[in-house]
Design a protein around this ligand. Structure first.
Ligand SMILES: [Zn+2]
Length: 326
């Protein structure tokens, strides 16, 4: 039996690059680039009332992530943090369109991020893949052009797509054509849904082809919806501390973990944004343990199961599975 959270080999499927770059690196990049930062804006305030407010932290961080050097170092920095959490496989997501303020184009952005992955993999041995986020609020043509580029680039590290950004003004039906465009190109799809409390958005996202749901908390109290998730073999990417901060949930018990565990509804615990949320993967699990919502054995089991939902070719999945079991 494992003695503590750190001992358990883990998988992380929902981690944003910009929101997870360490404060240390952000400050260093700001100094090097001579960009004045408002440090209080890097992390979510205790008085945060909503997802919109939470998302404002990213404006400050993104100021320093507009160069190829900073993007590469950001990836290495986040993978190193995952390594400290004993993560064996991570899918890091990023929105290329948010890194173009100073003139970078898609090829340079991808070269930088991929170089970061190569460096990080070589130094940690963690398997790293990338999820590319389209932004819900962006013009449809921007998002479809991004998917065209992805197809053309055919990166060995890009394993799927997501739509991030404000969910209330842009529910799935308003971006349906773009989602279908990406899915029809053969990309694996995970979608942020149900973070705003709307259950319908989760079910719509599944109908549109999402194999995993980011957050999905809106359905966590609804047994019919949860059983549907199970029947369709969809994994819920849960991010407890972030959900408390965005007021997606009022209390950790709202996640309904004992029911999910008992009914074997697929879910995984993730950090979402290590820096904005001020968390680590170990901390997330520790928090749940302290609230008696999960046991060490169950943490081990959900991580071993989660690899079945990773966007990986079968041979690579089996390889990582063997690492998680050892
Ligand atoms: Zn997210």
């Amino acid at each position: 039996m494992k003695k503590c959270v750190q001992d358990i080999s883990k998988v992380e499927l929902h981690c944003h690059l910009d929101g997870s770059v360490s404060s240390g690196l952000i400050k260093q990049l700001a100094a090097e680039q001579q960009i004045p930062l408002i440090e209080d804006n890097l992390i979510v305030s205790e008085a945060c009332e909503s997802l919109d407010e939470y998302l404002q932290c990213f404006d400050e961080i993104l100021k320093v992530l507009q160069t190829t050097d900073s993007l590469k170092r950001a990836v290495v920095d986040v993978v190193n943090q995952a390594d400290h959490d004993n993560v064996k496989y991570i899918e890091i997501r990023f929105a290329p369109m948010l890194h173009m303020e100073k003139g970078l184009g898609l090829p340079e952005i991808f070269e930088a991020v991929e170089a970061g992955v190569e460096t990080a993999v070589a130094s940690t041995g963690i398997k790293v893949n990338l999820l590319v986020c389209a932004m819900r609020q962006q013009d449809a043509t921007v998002n479809t052009a991004l998917f065209d580029y992805l197809q053309q680039r055919n990166s060995q590290f890009v394993c799927g797509i997501d739509f991030a950004g404000p969910e209330v003004p842009f529910p799935p039906n308003t971006i349906e054509t773009q989602i279908e465009y990406g899915v029809n190109k053969g990309f694996n799809l995970t979608l942020h849904a149900g973070e705003c409390g709307c259950m319908h958005n989760v079910m719509e996202s599944i109908r549109l082809g999402a194999k995993r749901i980011g957050h999905g908390v809106a359905i966590n109290q609804d047994e019919v919806a949860l059983q549907e998730v199970k029947a369709q073999n969809i994994l819920l990417e849960m991010c407890p501390k972030s959900n408390i901060q965005t007021k997606a949930i009022q209390d950790l018990s709202d996640l309904n973990l004992p029911y999910l565990l008992q009914e074997e509804i697929p879910f995984l615990i993730n950090t979402d944004n290590r820096t904005v949320t001020q968390t680590s993967l170990n901390e997330e699990y520790q928090l749940l343990l302290e609230h008696h919502l999960i046991t060490l054995d169950q943490i081990e089991t959900i991580n071993q199961n989660a690899i079945n939902f990773a966007f990986l070719p079968e041979n690579e999945r089996q390889h990582i599975k063997s690492k998680l079991m050892s």
